[in-house]
Each structure stands twice: as structure tokens, then as C-alpha cells.
Ligand binder design. Sequence first.
Ligand code: NAD
Ligand code: UDP
Length: 218
Amino acid sequence: MTRKVMVTGGAGFLGSHLCDALLAWGDDVLCVDNFFTGQRRNIAHLMSHERFEFLRHDVTFPLYVEVDQIYNLACPASPVHYQFDPVQTTKTSVIGAINMLGLAKRTKAKVLQASTSEVYGDPEVHPQVESYWGRVNPIGQRSCYDEGKRCAETLFFDYHRQHRTRIKVARIFNTYGPRMHPNDGRVVSNFIVQALAGEPITLYGEGARPAASATSTT
Ligand code: NAD
Ligand code: UDP
């Protein structure tokens, strides 16, 4: 039987590649996105696919659909975007997680949260291991993203403990590739853009360890 899989943030950089992969595996894909940072052109090649459907929707509002699996990727990921409207960033992570978990609970769907290495904050441990709980500033300019993602992880594990919801949490580290915004301020894209332009590559801080407020990881 064909699985019905929902990808929130499906018009974004990672989400659009995930939609490609799920369609290639034979799934029905429902792509949900409010186009905050996502772009139509990321999914333009999928619009006429018979197993692909797009829904323009903000995950901070409830959504009632019938699905077997949910990949919750909706959230601006680069500092320049998530700091544009920090309150909306926190809402997207926290209320978005509640809505997707509520949907998973009702439909008994499996749900994956796209979390981030930023849950470790400005870490004292390198490389970060899962047993490390992190060192996060709760009131800084990056907190809307870091704390929003941490709270989303809490909700995922509490829905699992309280309602037996089938969850997965993936802490993604810096990813780069086709369809990412070239000038979105993330460290790898900064390096590549500067290298292609023949400019010096900027390392914040001393280069030995991340400076508290200046790093551009996601
Ligand atoms: P992206 O900005 O390209 O994609 C995010 C998508 O979410 C966009 O299409 C955007 O329009 C959508 N979105 C934002 N707010 C929404 C809302 N309220 N309702 C519906 N859609 C909304 O970013 P990305 O790099 O593809 O990241 C995808 C996910 O992976 C994010 O959750 C991000 O935090 C996580 N992540 C990415 C990286 C990375 O290196 N790319 C690293 C760690 C974590
Ligand atoms: N929700 C949703 N789609 C669903 C089921 C729930 O968007 O198919 C939302 C619902 O609006 C609620 C949230 O998910 O705000 C959490 O749902 P849950 O059933 O866990 O809690 P409750 O409805 O009791 O607040």
C-alpha cells in the first residue's frame, strides 16, 4: 500500500530534497509550507507529479489531514531568517510541534522532528555527543531558534512518554547543497560563496572555538 507522507517545510532546501526522495521511493507526498523561506521553484518540478500535493499552510495553525508519516521540517534555519521575526520562529517550533504531534497522536502516524546541532548552544564539548546537554543562552538573539528547537524536542519526548506517539528526532548539523540560499549567512555557504568569489574566508572569533554570538551555524 502506498504510504501517505507529509513533509512540513517541504518547499525549503532540505524539505524539497526529502520530497524528491519520498516520491522516488513510491510514497504519496503532501508538502506543507507557508513559503516564509521556501520557494516555489524548489518544488516546481514536482507540481505535476501524480503522487505529489502542495498545501500552503502555516504549521502554527491546526491542520487536519490523514497521513501515515510526518516529517516536521518547517522552521527558518539561517540566522538572518529566523531573527527576522523571532516570536514567529519560536511559535513555529513550539506550536508547530504541538500541532504536528497532535496530528500524529490522532492519526497514529510516525513523526520526525528536524532538530539541530544548535540545541547544544555554545558548547564546551567538541565534537558534541548526544549525552551532552548543551550550554544555551535563553535570552539572546539566537534563543528563538535554539530554545524553540529544544522545547520541540521536549514535546516530542513527552508525547512519546505520555501518548506512546512514535517519534524520531534528528539533530542535523550544517548541511549544504543545491537549492540552499547562497547568501543566507550559514557558515558553509559563506565559505563557498567567498571561495567562489576569490575573497578571503571569514572565520569568526579566534578560529579555535566558536565565539558566543558570532558563529553562523544552524
Ligand atoms: P529552509 O529555510 O530552506 O526550509 C524551511 C522551510 O520551512 C521553508 O520552506 C519555509 O517556508 C518553511 N516554514 C517556515 N516557517 C513555517 C511555518 N510556520 N509553517 C509552514 N512552513 C514554514 O531551511 P532548511 O535548511 O531546509 O531546514 C529545514 C529544517 O532542518 C529546519 O527545521 C531546520 O531548523 C533544520 N536544520 C537545517 C540545517 C541545515 O544545515 N540546513 C541544520 C540543522 C537543522
Ligand atoms: N491538532 C491538529 N491536527 C490534528 C489533531 C490535533 O492540528 O489532527 C492540534 C490540535 O489543534 C491541538 C494540538 O494539535 O491544539 C495538540 O493536540 P492534542 O490532541 O495532543 O491535544 P489537545 O487537543 O487535547 O490540546
